[in-house]
Design a protein. Sequence first.
Length: 451
Amino acid sequence: MMNQKAAHSIATAALERVDPVRMITDCVTLQEDTLQIDTANQHLAFDLSRFTRIMVFGAGKATASMALGVEKVLGGRISGGLIVVKYDHVRELQHIELQQAGHPVPDENGVAAAQRMVDLAEQADERTLCLVLISGGGSALLTLPATVDEHRITLQDTQQTTALLLEAGTPIQEINCIRKHISAVSGGRFCRSLHPATSVSLILSDVVGDELESIASGLTSPDPTTFEDAWRIAEKYRIADRLPDRVRRALQAGRSGELAETPKPGDAAFKRVHNVLIGTNALALEAARRKAEQLGYNTLVLTSQLTGEAREIAKLFSGIARDVVRFDAPLRKPACILAGGETTVTLHGSGKGGRNQEMALAFLAEVSARRNAFAGVTFLSTATDGNDGPTDAAGAFASVALATKAETAELSISRYLAQNDSYHFFEKLEALYKTGPTNTNVCDLQILLVE
């Protein structure tokens, strides 16, 4: 269990580094009437005497904490605004209205909040400064289905489309490409409501590669993707013929030019828009690395851009673990190998779990098959937002001790994997990793320890 405690300490250090309140107050400062926003790559300054109102908008799983940070900086200078967050991912705010909505499948609350946000944004004029707080989950939480002529997309259509994409194991960038083309706010369309106000988006990335147009479906970013791209994705994952009829017809109409594309770079809607990236998975990994070194581990950050099927990535980590155990390579023991990113799971069963629990279970399958090769190994895969899939667990642990415990309990790893039922497997072993909602979101973390 000592290795599990070390893994927990390393994960906690990573989460503390990407606490949204801290990230906002680190980069957003107020000096008399000048609002400054500073990151390693950007410096912006705004003379607040030029503005009659400051409005705050936003959506995402980490946005409540981001809003709290903004309130700490600006306080009563905030005129109002609205943010939308996942149920139970809340903070107490004084100046900004907060609404809760469904994620990952959107619901009526998200639609109502999106419409209200658009209405408020359309009241902004040239003397309004809008701060837009964006984090992962925003595209589901802020759902306003496109309504163009006879191609009226309903909430149910959006829900069904999201569910089909998730079941197919579609990466988030491709999910968001389709979302943007059936939404009235995503893919930069929200900027048309904000125009002619000056707006600054403060963005916390939950997307591998930190592509602004993919984070929360690019609420305030030009969209490089097209209706044609969206249709190709539907065909790639073999869901085109299963899409709701209105979604399918809308995508086809967009392909033929009957529906307007999402706004592209150079669109007038972006004339007064500034997008600032304030938090990433790489920041979390750097904090994890420092903590691991403090604990005495030789440490390597493998990548912050891990993608692919969770089960296949588990095999990668198991191979690295065996090399460290046998050859002291690529690091000498005690070793800590770190990675981050976002994997996918193609569903075959009807069990309960998430990509991190699935990865841990697939890793445990490798351990169980050759236990002597994994002496002193502990593996943790965890979601930084505290919710791995539709569960209350962030992730799960794997080790030789847990493989032995599973065998004693007569739990079949292969059977639980076949059912995508990793949650119930680890629940029986008491090996789920639970943090509760963390109010941040920068993809996932993998921590491999070898003593």
